[in-house]
Ligand binder design. Sequence first.
Ligand SMILES: C[C@](O)(C(=O)O)[C@H](CC(=O)O)C(=O)O
Length: 288
Amino acid sequence: MSLKSRLQQSNILVAPGVYDGLTASLAAAAGFETLYLSGAAVSYTRLGRPDIGLTAVTEMADTMALIADRTELPVIIDADTGFGNALNAQRTMRLYERAGASALQVEDQTYPKRCGHLADKSLIPADEMAGKVRAMADARSSEDTLIIARTDAIAVEGFQAAIDRADAYLEAGADVLFIEAPQSREQLTEIAQIFAPRVPLLANMVEGGATPITGADDLEEQGYSIVIFPGGIVRAIGRTAVEYYESLRQNGSNRPFADKMFDFNGLNDVIGTADMLAKGVAYDRNDS
Ligand SMILES: C[C@](O)(C(=O)O)[C@H](CC(=O)O)C(=O)O
């Protein structure tokens, strides 16, 4: 089912963060319907760097293509600022669409951007961002490719400015609104009261970020249509990696960590090695 059709349903869509073929396939196997290709997660993992606009559009598009090769699930992809002005955003739309994205999330920060939960963000004028949304809509090859307009205004210009900006982006043709980093439950609720009757709304749950962690059921009741958990997988894997390397360095052996990790067969099971090898053999014999 396309993401656009899925958003017609009233139950909330929970989209976990992924950043490569492995995380995409594991999230798909866990039963999620849609994935969120997080710019933060790509920066954390491929670059080993913070989410401050260092990642290139081509690195994101390559990652999108790898994920589309590994799973058929719809993917919402982080387009950051569109990687420049309206013309850059159009190119981003074309590259991401060709790589297999179902929805692009674009935000109104200046370039280079920073994670919505970091301090000292700055914004482009609302009109310029509205133009960027229109430019992306003009560049898409399919109306099924959704534009998720994000405003980072709460921390910069205040709550009311964020509402006004979101209104302008909706007017410009956004399919989904994402008001980044509400600072309280009251703000989360007010956003839903204002926008949920008119447009699908996305909520972002960042462990330790500016927004109180709220579960999917609760957000659904408030009227949200999508909730993303973008960088959580890197925080989970990152912590395990720290413990694994520490244990290996201290012990000079992988045995002490063995019960906290897959062994050779365990990992092959989750990535489907046996099935894939069997398919290859069948093709070799030409009896598939
Ligand atoms: C949604 C987000 O843009 C992302 O890159 O995934 C980040 C999330 C994060 O940094 O954990 C954000 O700016 O909220």
